[in-house]
Design a protein around this ligand. Sequence first.
Ligand code: OSB
Ligand code: MG
Length: 369
Amino acid sequence: MSRIENVELRLARLPLVRPFRTSFGIETEKEVIYVRVDTGSGHGWGECVAGSLPDYSEEFIQAAWIVMRDHLAPSLLGKDVEPQEVASLTSWVRGHRMSKAALEMAVLDAWLRERNASLASYLGADRDRVACGVSVGITDTTEELLEQVAGYLAEGYRRIKLKIEPGIDVERVRAVREAHPDIALSVDANAAYSLEDAATLRALDEFGLLMVEQPLPHDDLVQHAELQKSLATPICLDESIRSAADAAAAIGLGACRIINIKEGRVGGLLESRRIHDIAKGAGIPVWCGGMLETGVGRAANLALAALPGFTLPGDTSASRRYFADDITEPFELDPDGTMAVPTGPGLGVEPRPERLEECTVLVEVVARA
Ligand code: OSB
Ligand code: MG
């Protein structure tokens, strides 16, 4: 590819259509860093999924900004970078996977645009539509939850995931299951339980859930393996899987039967594909997780979710589930619960310039010295 001339970082804020509550916090607004890479002959976009606070992960927006500006972008500037080289050129920086992933996405986008190839085809997608689920935040009341679930089902979503936390779990799941005996239903604890809560988690077995996502702390595969032995419901790992090595370890230990892949959490789309390959080889289904992405990150997720091993509906919901006015053209759910995978060059989408200006709160350009 032509040399990377500059890297633009852009902090933006978009209001969420409704607050999103998990076991670790509430978000009312999506704060996001867009990365734009400019080469002599073109450009590419990336979206960084680091959150406003270091709660889901130790990564967060302010740290991501600094590490991209002062350490990662300078490692790429002035070089002819192939997508797979982003990881090696930045490997001297420990961790900061979400920041590395955002830069890799922007380089991939620019590189694929030059070649007039779509991200989905480059990654090895084998379909042009993907089945979509929706992640439903913790609500104040059971009535509110039932109302939201009914609304999403009416839109066509093929799997409902309920956020749970200790004390807001079994009875909520029972209520949703009684109202909808046949739907694909799962729960996500975001690491809020401990092995001492095993009885509560076992009480979920009677509801025929597809999976329980990340019940225990992010850094304990051994305890997840222990828990899985006494649970009928498959455990799916999210926070615990940060790399292909983690995925191999988790599968080897029996710590999960399903894996949620998020490109940001694992350091990029290329590492995501390696996890996909490992899981597929081991007969472990994967699905595409979400981080309340705006249109840029959503396009990347849809491309990834079109790979053959992604056999379960992802948290790849439509733009309107999150934003009244997305940064790109809106992604829309088909009434059959599927969404089209972008087919244009690179990500196949771009931020709309006026909307981007409206949402931007800060811009910094890292240029060649
Ligand atoms: O644990 O999957 C999660 C959102 C932010 C951080 C973590 C998670 C989530 C979601 C929402 O569940 C998924 C989405 O719709 O983007
Ligand atoms: Mg999760």
